[in-house]
Write a protein that binds this ligand. Structure first.
Ligand SMILES: Cc1ncc(COP(=O)(O)O)c(C=O)c1O
Length: 415
């Protein structure tokens, strides 16, 4: 039969006994799943999501703010955060993350930087940051939460890349201290694409977050995806041994992979294997091409001067040994190119001449000095330039440098 390979038998809808994602019943199949996840992530309530972390980010930020509020936001947040700021008509006070000099990737957001942003903000109601980042950089969320409490502000953490954290002593803790966090099960755990969790740690936001999910998440949730979320919960509950094996495989990988010219970028999360091409004849793109075409290895994300290979508890020792051999071979072909460096992110904030929420409706002309577009490299989908910001010389140089490294930033026009 046409399409018989598709999983029609489990593609249910909200029939009797199948519960309701937007109004889960205590003891119902979805209600029980919510409770299980709340206990796994030590949250007050957990919401399985079938539209990715994206819908949780939109709902979470709307929950913690009112139109016109000031929010402190790490400038390296994903586009979904900026879309939330745009939709909720918020005034962003940006924190530019430091660049880790050695590799050119973004470092952690420090508590001092958050404190300084509060001084600049004059009454921000919420802090928004990403931890861990795509590359596995973790900020001190606990200390930042203390600062937020002192200023009567809420804390929203995009932990899209950290769903696997906190299930073994061999990996860092899942971020603690946020009022609301989201995490993508589909990114780092065995769960189908599109699956994620909204996690509410401060009970007072539970009902409002649930209502806002109703605004941003489909009213026809896929039971195929929800089934996958349920299977993932079983793995997290019953198979902590998988994390021990995973860590042991990673330790073997790092011990046996010591390239001389390429560099392995070690962040807080050793499961994110980033390879730096700085000071070599490779760029992120040319290294990715070689891995793909000659070794059948597909990197998760490719940037100007590095690439990221994503691993998970599903990887085997053989997978990582193959990656190790490929890196050692390509390292032997790389040559030193001293001083070659393509930083992945801006080092100066472009001035916001028109507030973001206004800029997207402002019909800013093409070819002027003010941006009428979001500009990002995708992935990671972190804006280098926002609508309404001045297109400074530093931005122009940065975009030119990215092109020279073989990366084409995407320009998403808003007017
Ligand atoms: C930091 C970050 N946050 C949020 C998202 C959105 O997650 P999802 O694809 O699950 O909607 C992404 C996607 O890549 C991301 O990198």
């Amino acid at each position: 039969m046409l399409g018989s390979e598709l999983p029609y038998p489990i593609d249910l809808t909200e029939i009797d006994g199948a519960d309701d994602l937007h109004d889960p019943e205590e003891g119902g199949i979805i209600g029980s799943l919510c409770e299980k996840y709340a206990s796994l992530y030590k949250a007050r309530s957990a919401h399985p999501l079938v539209n990715g972390s994206t819908c949780g980010i939109l709902a979470g930020i709307r929950t913690l703010t009112r139109p016109g509020d000031s929010v402190i936001v790490a400038r390296n947040c994903h586009k979904s955060v900026w879309h939330a700021i745009e939709l909720c008509r918020l005034d962003p006070i940006c924190i530019l993350p430091p660049i880790i000099e050695e590799h050119g990737i973004c470092g952690a957001i420090t508590p001092d930087a958050v404190e300084e942003a509060f001084e600049r903000s004059g009454g921000a109601v919420c802090v928004i940051l990403t931890s861990p980042t795509y590359e596995g950089v973790i900020s001190d969320v606990g200390a930042i939460a203390e600062i937020c409490r002192k200023h009567n502000a809420a804390l929203f953490v995009d932990a899209a890349h950290g769903a696997h954290l906190g299930f073994s002593e061999h990996f860092p803790e899942f971020p603690r201290g946020a009022d609301i966090a989201v995490t993508s099960l589909h990114k780092t755990l065995p769960a189908l694409t599109g699956t994620a969790l909204g996690l509410v740690f401060n009970e007072k936001y539970s009902a409002r977050f649930a209502r806002n999910l109703g605004v941003f998440e489909t009213s026809s949730p896929s039971y195929i995806l929800m089934n996958s979320i349920a299977k993932c919960a079983d793995i997290l509950s019953d198979r902590s041994d998988l994390f021990n094996t995973y860590r042991a495989i990673l330790d073997d990988f790092y011990a046996s992979t010591q390239p001389k010219k390429l560099k392995l970028i070690k962040t807080d999360d050793v499961g994110k294997i980033s390879i730096s091409t700085r000071n070599t004849t490779f760029t992120g793109s040319s290294l990715a091409k070689a891995l793909r075409e000659r070794f059948g290895i597909e990197p998760e994300m490719v940037h100007s001067d590095y690439l990221l290979c994503m691993t998970s508890i599903c990887d085997t020792a053989e997978n990582l040994a193959a990656l190790s051999r490929a890196i050692i071979t390509l390292d032997s072909e790389a040559e030193y190119l001293d001083g070659k460096s393509y930083p992945s992110f801006i080092t100066e904030l472009p001035p916001a001449e028109i507030p973001l929420a206004e800029a997207v409706w402002s019909n800013i002309p093409d070819g002027g000095e003010i941006s009428n577009a979001y500009v990002w490299v995708y992935p990671p989908g972190v804006p280098l330039l926002l609508p309404g910001e001045r297109i400074t010389d530093e931005i122009k140089k940065h975009l030119e440098m990215l092109k020279n490294s073989g990366i084409s930033p995407k320009i998403i026009k808003t007017s």
